[in-house]
Ligand binder design. Structure first.
Ligand code: AMP
Length: 305
């Protein structure tokens, strides 16, 4: 089934304990759409970049089967830029710089050919833009998933509350879930967020895995313990792309299928962190993905005597 992803396509500059990069390609929608491309073959993108964005990267997306008709290239303007620095534990990071550039007045245009998309992934961007996308689609998708971050909670709370009401699945990290709900317990936080609209809440806990709350059930997926984590940037987006891509490929929205989606998403995220930026997602094989998924099964399988 078809998936539409909307969000940032960006230049990032990153610093982790393992090194530093100048401007490399990043952006929430980049990670989401690359990750989802391993599951769904109808993968549509709506985003905006400036004329400084490299054609090579657009070709990589197209090579992964992503339809880039909805990628607007604004002449004479610059691509969104974000720079972040990780602390030693890599679980926390500081935003060093944000230059909105083309994102400042992003007005998402949905190509007619995307109008009937069945799955919608609203990647991290301004909540008012996320809402516009929902309003501009001629038909409501079967599933709408939204990712957001503390930045928007701090500066666009009312807009966020407006769009949250309209979505089926929300993904946030643990600190963001606490900020959004005012609850410390993640169980209480998920219940509170559910009362705001989304029937399904996914709380990401970085290297400590992810929790899925749906219909009174809870599922926990660990993150794969890796020997080397170079750069966690985009792991959450890659996770979301794997999850919704898997759901779109199966069309099954049951809790048991969502659990499989969480594992596929976690497997994709485990690749993302192995290299700087999104590079690791450019050419994975189905065998590599299946081997990772098998490791997840082994990691928490046990027998009770
Ligand atoms: P994650 O590590 O999953 O939180 O995602 C990191 C990506 O989000 C980076 O590639 C950034 O370009 C992008 N990003 C960071 N801040 C923002 C923002 N305020 N709006 C949209 N995208 C952002």
């Amino acid at each position: 089934m078809s998936l539409l992803t909307v969000g940032s396509v960006a230049f990032d500059a990153l610093e982790t304990p393992f090194g530093k990069t100048d401007k490399i390609i990043g952006g929430a929608a980049t990670y989401i759409t690359l990750s989802a491309s391993y599951f769904t073959n109808e993968n549509n993108l709506v985003a905006v970049v400036g004329d400084d964005f490299p054609q090579d990267m657009i070709d990589i997306l197209k090579g992964r089967g992503v339809d880039t008709t909805g990628l607007e290239i604004r002449q004479g303007e610059k691509t969104f830029f974000w720079s972040g620095k990780y602390h030693n534990d890599m679980n926390t990071r500081d935003t060093i710089d944000v230059q909105l550039n083309v994102m400042e007045n992003f007005d998402p245009v949905i190509p007619e050919s995307y109008g009937n998309c069945e799955f919608l992934m609203l990647g991290n961007t301004a909540p008012a833009i996320q809402k516009k996308v929902i309003e501009r689609l001629p038909n409501r998708p079967k599933l709408i998933m939204l990712d957001t971050m503390n930045f928007w909670m701090n500066i666009a709370w009312d807009d966020l509350m407006e769009v949250i009401k309209l979505v089926d699945v929300l993904t946030v990290n643990d600190e963001e879930a606490r900020q959004l709900s005012g609850e410390y317990s993640l169980v209480k936080a998920a219940a509170r967020i559910t009362s705001m609209g989304p029937k399904t809440v996914i709380i990401k806990k970085g290297e400590h895995g992810a929790l899925l709350f749906h219909g009174g059930h809870i599922f926990f997926a660990p993150a794969l313990p890796l020997e080397e984590v170079f750069d966690p940037t985009g792991a959450g987006d890659t996770f979301a792309g794997g999850f919704i891509g898997y759901l779109a490929s199966t069309g099954d929205l049951s809790f048991s299928n969502m659990k499989r989606g969480i594992i596929y998403g976690s497997a994709m995220a485990s690749f993302c962190v192995e290299k700087f930026g999104a590079e690791r997602l450019f050419n994975l094989t189905t065998d590599e993905i299946n081997e990772r998924v098998a490791k997840f099964v082994q990691l928490s399988a046990f027998e009770i005597q």
